[in-house]
Write a protein that binds this ligand. Structure first.
Ligand code: HEM
Ligand code: FPP
Length: 303
């Protein structure tokens, strides 16, 4: 009985620490970093480099997410979506969460610096700073453009993956960053429409609170259109081939359909459905980039 209680509570604790790291978000961030690593070269980098870069970028992203839980604990406690988070509820103290985040960050930075390269280590640390400090502590509370500007931190991983393999910043990697940067507003504002009252209650100046739901729907539609154009760029500059072009166009048309419905024929669940689709969209888009790349490399070997 006692063992069951102890193991029950230690597994709860373990899950609380895992929750601090926003594992699903970090998983998608790491996937986009992987795409940067793979597309950076026609041959696969050594396995130890890929592993160190994946772990390092993942650890620093997880640390950034944990710091966000500490900074936001008061507002998290008041919002329905976040009220049961471990720091907001007091199951993990601020001090414990900070020690946890700093340990992850130190391990991730050391791994990147020593096993990958200093450029990647510093750029990843800058992304952590951009999210945990610039976005969470300042922008989020200051302007409805918070997630547009702050979105740059979350858009960085493809560039981090690219520099991990090549040691330099390349225009192609910046195109991948631009894709995530333009994807972020429709991704977040769709959720913010659904959760508008939550954000209003804690005085967060999110776009649906400051400019209304109708304005936000127009902004989502316009950013989704912009995203369709930005997604064409990798094909136009010769970075990707026909598989990517066809696949990304189909995905973007579907995203556009969601955004159109949200603006002109929304039901009570359309905003949430759009938010959920945004995640599938980005994941499939980046998997498509991988598939397209492997076909391109295969064609090179065959010819
Ligand atoms: C400033 C930029 C961003 C903002 C403000 C934002 C906001 C959010 C919010 C509020 C949620 C809901 C979380 C929850 O319910 O616990 C969420 C979920 C999610 N976001 Fe973002 N996001 C951003 C960027 C990104 C990026 C860059 C990625 C990945 C590349 C991403 C991937 C995800 C995923 C996978 C989920 C689902 C998490 C789950 O179901 O637990 N987000 N996002
Ligand atoms: C090193 C590196 C690449 C850092 C990026 C880290 C990171 C976790 C980016 C994702 C962005 C995100 C989940 C924003 C939501 O924050 P929020 O506070 O608006 O959402 P919440 O209310 O759910 O906490």
């Amino acid at each position: 009985m006692a063992t069951a209680i102890i193991s029950g509570s230690s597994s709860r604790r373990w899950r609380d620490y895992l929750e601090l790291t926003k594992p699903k978000v970090v998983a998608l961030l790491v996937l986009t970093a992987w795409v940067g690593m793979v597309l950076a070269s026609n041959s696969l980098a050594p396995w130890w480099l890929l592993l160190s870069a994946t772990l390092g970028i993942g650890l620093l992203s997880a640390a950034a997410a944990a710091l966000n839980h500490v900074v936001d604990q008061r507002i998290d406690a008041k919002m329905a979506r976040t009220h049961s988070r471990p720091v907001a509820r007091g199951r993990i103290s601020s001090k414990q969460a900070i020690v946890f985040a700093c340990s992850l960050a130190a391990a991730g930075f050391a791994l990147l610096y020593l096993a990958v390269n200093p450029l990647t280590a510093w750029l990843t640390l800058l992304s952590l700073f951009g999210y945990a400090v610039v976005y969470t502590m300042f922008l989020k509370r200051a302007t409805p453009q918070n997630i547009v500007i702050g979105g740059l931190a979350g858009a960085m991983p493809p560039l981090l993956g690219w520099t991990a393999v090549t040691g330099e910043v390349h225009g192609y990697a910046l195109l991948l960053v631009m894709i995530i940067f333009t994807w972020t507003p429709p991704h977040f504002w769709a959720l913010a429409i659904h959760r508008r009252d939550d954000y209003a209650r804690v005085n967060m100046p999110m776009l649906p609170v400051t400019h209304g739901i109708d304005f936000t729907k127009s902004a989502i539609l316009l950013y989704t259109l912009l995203l369709c154009l930005v997604c064409l760029l990798p094909y136009i500059v010769g970075m990707t081939g026909a598989i990517y072009l066809v696949g990304s166009t189909l995905l973007n048309l579907r995203f556009l359909q969601y955004a159109w419905k949200l603006k002109f024929a929304a039901g009570s669940d359309t905003a949430m459905a759009t938010f959920k689709f945004s995640i599938v969209h980005l994941m499939v888009l980046f998997l498509l980039l991988l598939v397209d790349h492997y076909f391109k490399v295969l064609a090179l070997y065959v010819s």
